[in-house]
Write a protein that binds this ligand. Structure first.
Ligand code: HSE
Length: 291
């Protein structure tokens, strides 16, 4: 038997649509795998009632197939599905690392990124690496075509998850097909600023670099209370706030000792908008841990 703790992740970070991702120190899924003649899946934990246990429909079934590694797989969900916090990526990355060890396949973490992304494709329809890469490699990751560059960084974050479900498929439908050149130039400037900020562990630059006008404006309309919660977090000291992944979570960047104040301000603003929410005081963390 092998066990993996696989972290939540936040992709995009505003200016890096389908390119940037970070591993979050918390929450996380725990995946246990045991050799079996055919793959079977048990799911417990947060939102488990919405997750199929049929291996054809669950991300980990596709990962087991890709590694030719049939197993009984237990998933204890700490990352709520449809949260924008890389729930399916945590399970896919965790299963890839655990099954690779169980069957001694010998793949590196980098080689497991496309394997885990195949699992992600089962739920989102497309194989993105921007969540599975940080879930496996940790830190801040930049994806360019088939290549992923990880960077270690020390950045504090608050992830605020409202009780709203936004599916990745729906959130991708609202992404515009075309962009204005001035908005593209602005986004490239933001993305470069954010990258420098991650390399320097500088929350001011990371927060500034989240700003973009291509994807987030359309997606924020799917999140009740988005503008008020964002403003509340900025007033409480966040250096930047954006939609986490496909939403509905919001991600705020800040100094470590501002996290409590920012989390409280975001929760109050969601409550004023009539939406229940929970907040994770977190930071950019490492990749999945194998036990
Ligand atoms: N980059 C993806 C998106 C993340 O924002 O749609 C979710 O898989």
């Amino acid at each position: 038997m092998r066990t993996v703790r696989a972290p939540a992740t936040s992709a995009n970070l505003g200016s890096g649509f389908d390119v940037f991702g970070v591993a979050l120190d918390r929450p996380a899924d725990v995946i246990r795998v045991e050799r079996a003649p055919r793959t079977t899946i048990d799911v417990t934990g947060v939102g488990s009632q919405y997750i199929p246990t049929d291996p054809e429909k669950n991300v980990v079934g596709a990962v087991a197939d890709a590694l030719d590694a049939p197993a009984h797989i237990e998933i204890d969900k700490g990352v709520r599905p449809s949260s924008g916090l890389g729930s399916s990526a945590a399970s896919a990355a965790g299963a890839a690392l655990a099954l690779n060890a169980l069957y001694e396949r010998g793949h590196t973490r980098t080689e497991l990124v496309p394997v885990a992304a195949e699992g992600e494709a089962v739920v989102s329809g497309e194989a993105h690496v921007d969540n599975v890469a940080p879930a496996l490699l940790g830190g801040f990751t930049v994806a360019r075509e088939d290549e992923v560059t990880p960077v270690e960084t020390d950045i504090s974050l608050v992830a605020c998850l409202p009780e709203i479900a936004v599916s990745t498929r729906d959130a991708r439908r609202v992404v515009p097909d075309r962009a204005d050149m001035a908005d593209v130039v602005h986004t490239v400037g933001s993305a470069a600023t954010l990258t420098v900020g991650m390399c320097r562990s500088d929350p001011e630059l990371v927060g500034k670099g989240m700003d973009e006008r291509l994807v987030t404006p359309a997606r924020s309309e799917l999140i009740t209370g988005y503008d008020a919660v964002r403003s509340a977090a900025l007033e409480a000291g966040a250096t930047g706030v954006t939609v986490s992944g496909a939403g509905p979570s919001l991600l705020a960047v800040c100094d470590p000792d501002e996290r409590g104040r920012i989390a409280a301000a975001m929760l109050d603003a969601f409550e004023d908008a009539g939406v229940e929410a929970r907040a994770y005081k977190t930071r950019v963390g490492g990749g999945a841990d194998l036990f």
